[in-house]
Design a binder for this molecule. Sequence first.
Ligand code: ADP
Length: 189
Amino acid sequence: MRMVIMGPPGAGKGTQAVVLAAALGVPHISTGDIFRANVSQGTPLGVQAKAYMDAGEYVPDGLTNAMVRDRLSKSDCSGGFLLDGYPRTLEQVEELDSVLAGIGAGVEKVVELTVDVDEVVSRLLGRSAEQGRSDDGEEVIRRRLELYFDATAPLTAMYEKRGLLVRVSGMGTVEDVSVRVLEALGVNA
Ligand code: ADP
């Protein structure tokens, strides 16, 4: 199964992605996690990505696309994958389509977690107080949300037209949401 999970910052996308990838038996590929690992290891990619991430901006498509293309070429992706946090721009959608077309495949399902904005702002501020991620200050949180709703949420319409989109409410407990996601996809936990 080749899948994508989308949703605004604070929707619980990463948490649900881990559960879903395990249920599907596919690798969980989080572009945010890969960028953070590169930042903490001080790789050239991490050095380039850090300033964008700290400002709540998207890392440029050229860097992001090259990283994802490389990750998807690994053998563990041959039976499928769950992409978390990618694609976020039209150029990334096109890149993903072209990488998959190269192996005669395509995205099979896209899950969008929906939440209300007040709820995600309060979740993100709570997480910021607990974990202190360097992009979790209030202004940066607002920018990340704005960018998601302006640049990324509209992409779901493309997947909806293709008949691939499954919308699931991200409200409630982690367990509630997991049950809903698995049910909506017809996956047995
Ligand atoms: P969130 O969804 O809460 O913003 P992520 O961990 O998914 O958190 O992403 C953190 C940051 O990593 C983003 O704000 C952005 O700077 C960068 N990033 C992750 N994925 C992408 C992507 N597909 N395109 C560009 N930048 C990305």
